[in-house]
Design a protein around this ligand. Sequence first.
Ligand SMILES: [Zn+2]
Length: 267
Amino acid sequence: MPELPEVETLRRALAQELEGCTLTALKIYEPRLLQNASEQELQRALVGRRLRAVRRRAKCLLFDFGEHTVILHLRMTGWPTLSPIENPRFVFAFAGNKTLYLHDTRRLATLHLVPSARADKLPPLAGLGIEPFQPSYKFEDFVTLLQTDQEIKKLLLDQRKIAGIGNIYACEALFASKIHPQRPARTLARSEARRLFVQIEEILSRAIAEQGTSVRTYRVLTGESGNFQNFLRVYDREGEPCLRCRTPIVRITQGGRGTYLCPKCQA
Ligand SMILES: [Zn+2]
């Protein structure tokens, strides 16, 4: 699933290509995409409007058309592209001969239409937790989040607490911080919490700089792979030697998700 760095990479490219362009037509080919508005309602609200900004909140892309905002969650395999594709789930045509297509093999992507002024208070954004790059987010906020018996990796994946981190970056941040993923969050020493706080930001920043991680279906807007898969140190490396101590990386299951860790470094 595209996580914060992948969605942010797509957002930057989409903003560069489409901001300021006026929507001239839209067509929905996958009815399951629509969560709270019909195709006609979308057309009435958006056609003829200028795309003011493309934003991101957690793993969602926000297309701000002024009065209304379209919120796209890519889920497992959603991929927006400006190149014509077969079986698009939607087509948004803009003035200036630019067309946005949604590719989505698994058909799990979702689209909401919300009033821009209240977007944060409505699904799917309502209830989302701290944004890691929000300027007001400080170490003490992270420490407060840790005051729970929840396992630290599950907490990192809990979008109501901290938004945008998925399985790959949770594994990487815990490995870099030498913290066992099953530790109850409140047992982290302050120094460990500090390491984790710093590593989360550093790893997400580096992943954005490398245009995200392509381990399965994720592609950048142009269709090329991201590059951060070449820098993963623990994720998807079961049985391979730890890059720090040579102990074989193990895979455990937590909440139905695979967790990769070094049993020695993260004891
Ligand atoms: Zn190790």
